[in-house]
Design a protein around this ligand. Structure first.
Ligand SMILES: Cc1ncc(COP(=O)(O)O)c(C=O)c1O
Length: 431
């Protein structure tokens, strides 16, 4: 079977042949196997993987300890769906131990469920309707927050719902602000304080690559929320565990009221967590409160065991040291190549994440990224795929180093990048 022939079968039975709107590729690839830093298609071609399934793969694909824990769990127990398990108790304990703002945790199957529950809880505890999000941040597929992610220039400053079929009331009640802009934040919060239930943000907006938060902006968020009784939600679905077991809140030393975690929490197994202050979390119906929470697969033993095994691998800090060192090597190496070739590139990133933007100048919010040369960005990724290095061929999407990547893998990536960029200079006149 070839990629092409199998993909044609996929298209016959699945809309577009893929199970997510962001999984389409310019050339059909049907995956067969994954191991460590590599992924393999049905034709046996191997790729060095930086996509990491949009971020979960932090230890490397099919990590033996994680897979063994998952296998041991399923050999012993499957889904019971009443009461709890020791695995669930241990995972909530671990989250409370490591994430500074977490006192209690609920376990879900996906990040969207966690952010959905976070906004519902915030609305319930405040008795208010409105949510504030930031341009460029993504918080999952539900109506309440699915807007203004990678917006067209003419949509900035206006509501930009990302889907047809969304409830107009949901769109109306979500306010979108520019990231790192204290003035608009203060103006909005002070003007509508009595209506705002929650402010939610990716502490690093990684859905547009990597835009670092300014310390003063995050401090303002915390103090405005305190002053006006607004729930502050850090969506750490990407940053949580990938950048440290304490999430990015630990690095910022600013604590949210609620935190959502997913992706790297279980190295690829479907697991997510909503964690927060006990006083808020006790409003959930699981504790007899009035905020309905449920989910047949919540706290599934396989995912929960995978999360515990992932945490165990991360606990002594050596993995994060390695991730940060290799990430820095990739960032510096790429920037050095682009500078030497005189290409307009800014390599952004943090920890294990690196993002080559095809632009120069400061980046503090989404509008700055409109200077990114999207065509060159996408072309570069496709050139890398041709050279056996898998970077998602969508502009601004982040690359992730995993613990399975080696120095030799990064060297190989840098060689491929230099070759790809030179080819783009020759064939497209890239500068
Ligand atoms: C920051 C952030 N929050 C929430 C989500 C939604 O998570 P899921 O796809 O697991 O529903 C994502 C997914 O990419 C994300 O990046």
């Amino acid at each position: 079977m070839t990629n092409q022939s199998l993909f044609e079968k996929a298209q016959a039975v699945t809309p577009g042949g893929v199970n997510s709107g962001t999984r389409g590729l310019p050339q059909p690839i049907v995956w067969e196997r994954a191991a460590g830093a590599y992924i393999y298609d049905v034709e046996g071609k191997g790729y060095l993987d930086y996509h990491a399934a949009f971020g979960p793969i932090v230890l490397g694909h099919n990590h033996p300890a994680v897979d063994q824990a998952a296998a041991a769990a399923i050999a012993q127990i499957d889904l019971i769906g009443a009461g709890t398990t020791e695995l669930e108790i241990r995972l909530a304990e671990k989250v409370a131990q490591h994430v500074p703002s977490a006192e209690m945790a609920l376990i879900f199957g996906s990040g969207s469920e966690a952010t959905y529950m976070a906004q519902r809880l915030a609305r319930a505890v405040t008795g208010r309707k409105k949510l504030v999000k930031f341009q460029g941040c993504f918080h999952g597929w539900h109506d309440y927050l699915l807007m203004n992610i990678i917006s067209a220039p003419e949509k900035i400053g206006r509501k930009d719902p990302a889907s047809a079929g969304m409830l107009p009331e949901a769109i109306e009640n979500t306010i979108v602000l520019p990231f790192n802009d204290i003035e608009s934040l203060e103006r909005t919060v002070k003007g509508q304080a009595e209506e705002i239930a929650a402010i939610i943000l990716e502490p690093i907006p990684h859905n547009i690559g990597c835009v670092l938060p300014q310390a003063e902006f995050v401090r303002s968020l915390r103090s405005l929320c305190d002053e006006f009784g607004i729930v502050l939600i850090f969506d750490e679905v990407i940053t949580g565990f990938r950048h440290g077991l304490g999430g990015y809140q630990e690095k910022l030393n600013i604590l949210p009221d609620l935190t959502t975690l997913a992706k790297a929490i279980a190295n690829g197994y479907p697991c997510a967590v909503l964690a927060g202050r006990e006083e808020l979390m006790m409003r959930f119906s699981s504790a007899g409160g009035d905020v309905f929470v449920a989910g047949t697969y919540n706290g599934h033993p396989v995912s929960t065991a995978a999360a515990l095994a992932t945490i165990a691998e991360l606990e002594d800090g050596t993995v994060h040291k390695r991730l940060f060192r290799l990430g820095e090597k990739a960032r510096r190496g790429l920037q050095e190549i682009a500078d030497r070739l005189d290409i307009d590139m800014t390599v952004a990133g943090y920890g294990s994440v690196f993002v080559p933007y095809f632009m120069s100048g400061a980046i503090s919010r989404y509008a700055d990224l409109l200077r990114n040369n999207t065509e060159a960005d996408t072309a570069f990724r496709n050139e890398m795929i041709k050279r056996g290095v898998f970077m998602l061929p969508l502009a601004m999407k982040r690359n992730h180093v995993s613990a399975a990547h080696t120095d030799a893998d990064i060297d190989r990536t840098l060689n491929a990048a230099e070759d790809a960029l030179k080819e783009m200079m020759r064939s497209r006149g890239l500068r």
